[in-house]
Design a binder for this molecule. Structure first.
Ligand code: OSB
Ligand code: MG
Length: 371
């Protein structure tokens, strides 16, 4: 039985601002969850952001839901198994990122207790995963091209650029002119509407691997209409919240590729269902990222070792995000466009307690009531 759960809100500054169609940010605020049992502990990261832009959750709503509902659920039911938690937590609607943060901690705990890497518990088939980099919107096209060039020099083999209305066709033109043969994809974070279909169809000219989330999350129908007009595969991110939405999107033809983020779908158990469904239907998936700290990124590496993760993930080295990651050693490329899945017990990386403390804005510990 889990004896104690510790929640912390941390803030880490980025090495370079990150701009999407939602706006520009300079640092990351997130929750770390740590679950203790019998002298062992497991870590999870809740990827909810400070503002409800990407999805409806925020750091504060996730904190509330964890504290008032999810942590008490674990204590009340005496839960140890992550799958039991996932099933019981379904009684609460939505709040996927809050649920995922705690479920991830339970998976890490389980794998550490068993003394095996988490990828082994998941049934992963790779010890190294293919990765790429997600490049934000810059102040000018030359700055974008220079940044893409720097990432290529660092060894990344797949580049994703963020787009928005007014920063799309010309951004693709500029990057393609400088680097005609790289693997390139774009992500709009839902910034377009049906009236922009002409601009989006024009992106077919740039031999993109995929176009990610052009329309808002709930608009599966317009994505299906656009996919029918486009040669480039559409990939959905924000729209895919569960196995049900994944099935609807694939069966409606709203996308041909799925971005899987464990936080967005509510945890590894739900991610597994979507993964298996996509694999059975010939839909490749890839591992999305939320600019996680080393804890969240290590979790993503273990998940990305599953068989249907056939395209490079948004998983970059620690130094692409943070001056000083909270884990040691930091995540690094193990070869061009590749990162090794950590092979120690659990997530296989070690948060440095002193760094965790320094980045902490708030911490609270919850204990199981005595029986
Ligand atoms: O849409 O994939 C996205 C970061 C925050 C919110 C949404 C997204 C992203 C990224 C970052 O693209 C990818 C990464 O973690 O490297
Ligand atoms: Mg995205």
């Amino acid at each position: 039985m889990v004896e104690r759960v510790e929640l912390r809100i941390l803030r880490l500054p980025y090495v370079h601002f990150f701009e999407t169609s939602f706006g520009r940010s300079y640092d990351r605020t997130f929750i770390l969850v740590r679950a203790f049992e019998g002298g062992e502990s497991g870590w999870g990261e809740c990827c909810a952001e400070e503002a409800p832009l990407y999805g409806p959750e925020t750091t504060e709503t996730a904190w509330h839901v964890l504290k008032a509902f999810l942590v008490p659920l674990v204590f009340r039911k005496g839960i140890v198994e992550p799958e039991d938690f996932a099933r019981e937590a379904r009684a609460f609607r939505g709040n996927e990122m809050a649920k995922a943060g705690l479920e991830l901690a339970l998976w890490d705990l389980k794998a550490r207790k068993a003394g095996v890497p988490l990828s082994r518990l998941y049934g992963g088939i790779r010890d190294e995963v293919e990765v790429g980099v997600s490049c934000g919107i810059e102040d000018s096209l030359p700055e974008l091209v220079a940044r893409v060039g720097a990432f290529l020099e660092q060894g990344y083999r797949r580049i994703k650029i963020k787009i928005k209305p007014g920063w799309d066709v010309r951004a693709c033109e500029a990057v393609r002119a400088a680097y005609p043969d790289i693997v390139l994809q774009v992500d709009a974070n839902g910034a377009y509407g049906p009236e922009d279909a002409g601009t989006l169809v024009a992106l077919d000219a740039f031999r993109l691997l995929l176009v990610e989330q052009p329309f808002p999350p709930y608009d599966l129908w317009e994505h299906a209409r656009l996919q029918a007009r486009m040669a480039t595969p559409l990939c959905l991110d924000e729209s895919i919240l569960s196995i049900e939405t994944a099935r609807a999107a694939v069966e409606m033809g709203s996308c041909r590729i799925v971005n899987l983020k464990v936080g967005r779908v509510g945890g590894p158990a739900e991610l597994r269902k979507i993964h298996d469904y996509c694999e059975a239907h010939g839909v490749p998936v890839w591992c999305g990222g939320m600019l996680e700290s080393g804890v969240g990124r290590a979790h993503n590496l273990h998940l990305a070792s599953l068989p249907d993760f056939k395209l490079p993930g948004d998983l970059s080295a620690s130094r692409r995000y943070y001056q000083e990651d909270i884990i040691d050693p930091p995540v690094e490329l193990s070869g061009p466009g590749r990162i090794r899945v950590p092979d120690g017990p659990g997530i296989g990386v070690h948060p440095v307690e002193e760094r965790v403390r320094r980045a902490t804005l708030r911490a609270e510990t919850f204990r199981a009531p005595r029986a």
